[in-house]
Design a protein. Structure first.
Length: 280
């Protein structure tokens, strides 16, 4: 199905909620981990939250939510959990219909809808991006990852032109503007940062500072490289659930620092204020 037909197929199903899309054209950047942390943060503020996994082939967010439900059942805990669905891989027209059905039969009625997208550029990912009110793009501190954002001169590190993913976001911004008369607030979070000051880290920061106004994104602090994230995945927990976690070695100052990183990201994105949770 051509993109124009997919776009028309979704016109009658605009969600009434605020849509947060986790997107990047590269895998392994922490999209699913970030997605669940944002979901739990919003749930703990009292919002109704839906989640939609468009990366069903890998299904990391779906497994994360299922792990959370099993852990809560096994330990008799009342963990806040989103209304979660996924789109089964298939022909483009079937994926588009499944996406439309998901956001028009429940998820779109939540106050927030968090969408996890594949680490590749395909029609379903583009469709999800075009519905974003807020686009959060985790970016590892690596020139390999940055290559999808900008074409850099290898000698001077000057920005020659936007690259593949930046071009795709630009196209979906135009589609959203045509359809909803609204733009996308694009937030790039520097993820898996080293705790040691290094030349690569400084150079990445300088390039992102120059690139941000050129292609239209804000920069937010991300998460450090910590083992705790891998440990929590198997339990379906986040750093906002540490009271419920049974951590080997107990609660440490490293965990406190990691939780502060999550809170700093949430504040930087600016999704919600606690007082708003009481409103519909």
């Amino acid at each position: 199905m051509p993109e124009s037909e997919i776009l028309r197929a979704t016109l009658s199903s605009e969600p009434s909620c605020h849509v947060v899309v986790l997107g990047n054209a590269k895998g392994g950047t922490g999209k699913s981990t970030t997605a669940l942390h944002l979901i739990v943060a919003l749930l703990r503020q009292g919002f109704t939250v839906g989640s939609l996994d468009l990366d069903a082939r890998q299904g990391t967010l779906t497994r994360y939510v299922n792990n959370r439900r099993r852990y809560a059942d096994r330990h008799g805990l009342d963990l806040p959990t989103p209304d979660h669905r996924s789109v089964t891989p298939g022909p483009p027209e079937e994926e588009a219909r499944a996406f439309t059905e998901a956001i028009s039969t429940g998820l779109g009625q939540c106050q927030y809808l968090v969408i996890d997208t594949p680490g590749t550029d395909n029609g379903l990912s583009r469709l999800g991006h075009s519905f974003a009110d807020t686009l959060v793009t985790p970016l590892n501190d690596s020139f390999v990852d940055l290559d999808l954002f900008a074409d850099l001169d290898p000698d001077t590190l000057e920005i020659r032109a936007p690259s593949q993913y930046a071009d795709m976001v630009f196209e979906q911004r135009k589609r959203k503007m045509v359809r909803q008369r609204r733009s996308i607030d694009w937030v790039v979070m520097r993820n898996r940062l080293s705790h040691v000051d290094a030349r690569n880290k400084r150079e990445m920061g300088d390039i992102l500072d120059r690139l941000a106004p050129r292609i239209g994104f804000r920069i937010a602090p991300g998460f450090g490289e910590r083992v705790i994230f891998r440990e929590l995945f198997l339990k379906g927990l986040t750093l906002l659930d540490l009271r419920e976690a049974e951590l080997e070695g107990g609660f440490t100052m490293s965990h406190v620092a990691a939780r502060q990183e999550v809170r700093a990201l949430i504040d930087a994105i600016g999704l919600a204020a606690p007082a708003a949770a009481a409103t519909g």
